[in-house]
Design a binder for this molecule. Structure first.
Ligand code: FES
Length: 636
């Protein structure tokens, strides 16, 4: 049999092997250990190497994209030598990054050509007023308005009573030289709302700032934005303190209906927001009074609770909000610690379960600027999804339960330090390998870890199509526990608290229901507009769910449609990005309003086809395997 020379980039000596030898074997003989988490079955992609020159034959390219193969990547466990070859083994971290975060868009960037004069509704002018005299008896307010009109053309200024009360003192103590900040948002042409007046010297030295805030059910994120440059000068996130009163939307609504519960929840979310505002102000070394505008997003329940609006009707048929498009409010009314007459702008939502977080997400995802059929999804305890293009938008929301957020399962936890976030199982020994967030010993399994684990259990035969654990398999990891059959992912000796980390039959059942609800939602939307799911050209994934999830594993269990890998894109926190864009640019703010108005919302509980689609999707990956050709290939 022919022999060939294999060179590995970081080994001085080459090795001679027989034609047909696996690259992983050639490496092993040179003492080079290439990791094989899936036991060399071509399923995990972690053994990827780059073939720089020479002939090889790839038996499988399951975890590689077309572009990867063109760039020379090959799975060392699935690729055999057919000529003299030179190979580079990339660092482990590089492979991890490529497989998990390559498609993560960069954090916010200032829009190209940002010009606050044109884009902003906020304006600040410096006025030198002539003091009143016995010959000039004009009142303080008229004096200010006249000077403003002369400088800006704004001929009507609205103000609150507290502002009028303070005006005389401010004008006199500042020697009639003042800085005036106003907002034209929501006002007719030629009209503005007064935000603040202060001594010229102190106003001129103060930055002009805004806040973009995403009030999530789980996490509150705050961006501090310099409105003159558009830059995010500081950002901060924290768990929503309401979590202590319920993990998901429904439990918060129920809590709000108890005596005083709504007010308590309002205070908790305000404390969270104001804590983060204090943090970003501290980091940027500014006073909260320099913040003159805040643009907020959040699901409809969060915005209701923040504004102190009773949310009960959201969970009761026919599922109606009190308001989808709140008016502009002042920081004083809402309770945000910033300039007290600063504008608070809550972006518009569409329905009880399709809030401003999604309209903002659609805006920042750029879905509307493309003619391609695009699916935008944001999955947490609720699965919200929008199918559309520049011409049309149709949306729905389903209850996914807490499984994807790592709760509602025995050893579930949030995607935090110590969470198992990805799992590979050797199909012969049923032994797992896993990756833990922050490295170290595992404490539990987060949503992406559960998806990954279920996919591996299915592909290795531990789970059948119905999601049942095969207890006849010979492995100490498959056993009977207090919740029925279970699989031990980590033995107590290897975990942070000394307990075995397991996944039980009940956990699997919860996960199947969650993924079936989401996939059924996709189906209903596609049916509504008469497109096939496999004709979707882009899938944009927003929210924390997309941060760690492995698309292929999500396809393996039938959560995401079986589309080429390249069509998926992770966008991170699209909600706060949408708030940021709306804060900066009046046209973007107008567009998010158009998105909310243009979106057709499908109420799934009133849609007969949903239940049928849900039942079909309760299997792994689906009752109709032809919808998941890549999974079919992995199974054979
Ligand atoms: S070891 Fe090669 S793909 Fe998993």
């Amino acid at each position: 049999m022919a022999e060939h020379i294999v060179r590995f980039a970081d080994r001085a000596e080459p090795i001679t092997v027989r034609a047909g030898t696996l690259l992983v074997e050639a490496a092993r003989r040179l003492g080079l250990d290439i990791q094989q988490p899936c036991g060399g079955q071509g399923r995990c992609g972690r053994c990827a190497v780059r073939v720089e020159s020479g002939r090889v034959r790839r038996r499988s390219v399951l975890r590689l994209s077309k572009a990867d193969v063109e760039a020379g990547y090959a799975l060392a466990c699935q690729t055999v030598v057919e000529g003299d070859v030179s190979v580079v083994v990339p660092p482990v971290e590089q492979i991890e990054r490529r497989l998990t975060t390559d498609h993560v868009a960069p954090e916010v960037v200032v829009p190209v050509g940002y010009d606050p004069e044109k884009a902003q509704t906020i304006g600040r002018v410096f006025l030198r007023l002539s003091p009143p005299s016995m010959d000039d008896q004009t009142d303080d307010w008229a004096r200010l308005c006249t000077a403003l009109r002369r400088r800006t053309g704004i001929d009507r200024l609205r103000a609150s009573l507290p502002q009028i009360r303070e005006l005389g003192g401010t004008l006199r103590s500042s020697g009639w030289h003042v800085g005036l900040t106003y907002d034209t948002a929501g006002e007719p042409p030629g009209t503005a709302r007064l935000i603040k007046v202060g001594p010229m010297a102190s106003e001129a030295s103060e930055p002009l700032c805004g806040l973009a805030i995403d009030v999530g059910t789980t996490t509150v994120t705050v961006f501090l934005v310099d409105l003159l440059t558009g830059e995010v000068t500081a950002q901060s996130s924290e768990y929503n303190q309401q979590i202590a009163r319920g993990e998901d939307i429904i439990s918060r609504i129920v809590y709000a209906t108890k005596g005083g519960g709504g007010e308590e929840l309002r205070e908790l979310v305000l404390a969270t927001i104001n804590g983060r505002v204090a943090a970003v102000c501290g980091r940027a070394n500014i006073e909260p009074a320099a913040i003159v505008k805040a643009t907020l997003t959040g699901n409809s329940t969060m915005t209701h609770l923040l504004l102190g609006i009773p949310p009960e009707s959201i969970r009761l048929e026919p599922f109606i909000t009190s308001i989808n498009q709140p008016p502009l409010l002042s920081a004083r009314d809402v309770g945000i610690t910033m300039c007290s007459d600063g504008t608070v702008d809550l972006l518009p939502g569409v329905a009880s379960y399709l809030g401003a977080d999604i309209t903002a997400g659609v805006l920042s995802s750029g879905l509307r600027s493309s003619a391609e059929t695009t699916l935008f999804i944001d999955i947490g305890t609720n699965g919200e999804m929008v199918l559309g293009s520049s011409q049309w938008l149709v949306s729905c929301a389903c209850s996914a339960g807490p499984a994807f957020e790592g709760s509602g399962v025995v050893h579930g936890m949030r995607a935090d330090r110590g969470a198992i976030e990805e799992v590979w199982i050797d199909g012969r020994s049923y032994e797992p390998t896993f990756r833990v967030i922050g490295k170290g010993q595992p404490r539990g399994i987060c949503g992406s870890g559960l998806i990954s684990l279920a996919a591996e259990m299915f592909l290795t035969g531990i789970l059948d199509k119905g999601g049942h654990i095969d207890e006849s398999l010979a492995s100490p990891r498959i056993r009977r526990g207090s919740h029925g059959a279970e699989y031990v992912v980590a033995w107590g000796g290897d975990t942070a608290n000394g307990d075995d980390i397991t996944i039980t039959a009940v956990d699997i059942d919860n996960l199947l229901r969650a993924k079936a609800a989401v996939y059924a939602g996709f189906n209903v939307l596609a049916d509504r507009v008469g497109v096939e799911l496999d004709s979707v050209e882009r899938v944009l994934i927003g929210g924390a769910f997309g941060k760690y999830i492995n698309v292929e594993k999500a396809v393996d269990i039938g959560l995401l449609p079986d589309l080429p890998w390249e069509r998926f894109e992770f966008l991170g926190n699209t909600s706060v990005k949408g708030a940021y864009l709306s804060l900066l640019d009046r046209e973007m703010r107008a567009e998010v309003g158009e998105i909310a108005s243009a979106m057709t919302y499908v109420e799934l509980s009133a849609d007969n086809s949903f239940y049928e689609a849900f039942t079909s999707a309760l299997f792994l990956p689906h009752t109709d395997l032809s919808r998941f050709p890549s999974v079919e290939t992995s199974m054979t």
